[in-house]
Design a binder for this molecule. Sequence first.
Ligand code: SF4
Length: 266
Amino acid sequence: MARKFTTEQARALADRVSYYRDLGIHDFYRRSGSADIAFDSVVAEEVLEPLEAEPEPPLPKAAALAKFPEASIKDPIAALRVIREDIGDCTRCVLHKQGRKQIVFGVGNPTADLMFVGEGPGADEDEQGEPFVGRAGQLLNKMIEAMGLKREEVYIANVVKCRPPGNRTPERDECDTCSPFLYRQIDVIKPKAIVALGAVAAKNLLGLNDTMANMRGSWYDYRGTQLRVTYHPAYLLRDPRQKGEAWKDLQEVMKYLGLEIKKQAD
Ligand code: SF4
């Protein structure tokens, strides 16, 4: 069972992880039972259980989203372009001045049946301007391929569009400020299913403050779109034992989308 940290302890731990990363130290471990588990901010989100009930994040309201200019645009490519133009050279939250190289908007098929939502860009994504292009992205590509799809057939985006320094978990106010752009993207793409990759994505999309253990294993309604929660690929890289569990989640999504289940993800 995951050890419980207070919010303050978890934040202090994430800060320490960030500090070590700034020093060039990237691999460190904490002992959990008989196994060593690599630890970083993404892992912290996956394994820590919230102790304190925080107010739920704001959920997107259909009426609120309808007021945006893209709501009257039928072509999804043009509509997504309008959202990107609206973001502009965004300075709406502090992440704009914490070392981001560029805004990472999202990538993929603008009419995708399936959308993956992660937490935020890392170093590789910040460099290339595309979500999930680093090691975690390569694993996500494998997961997509195991589902019988190509990366170009799905759409991939994050809750925050600028890289949090040291890959720390985005703060609540940063998520609240940036996530309306994600909601607008989802509204344009209208996927049949969304896979929330990790706790940050799940909590923001569902307006829940719950553990991964509780959020996984169920279908949720996200404004008419079915949503499933699974582990973030960065977490799976550090704890490959959970890959089988993630594959179970993806198989449920495949069943829902009518995709043939042929092989198991590695
Ligand atoms: Fe703007 Fe989002 Fe970047 Fe914050 S994370 S500066 S809200 S684009």
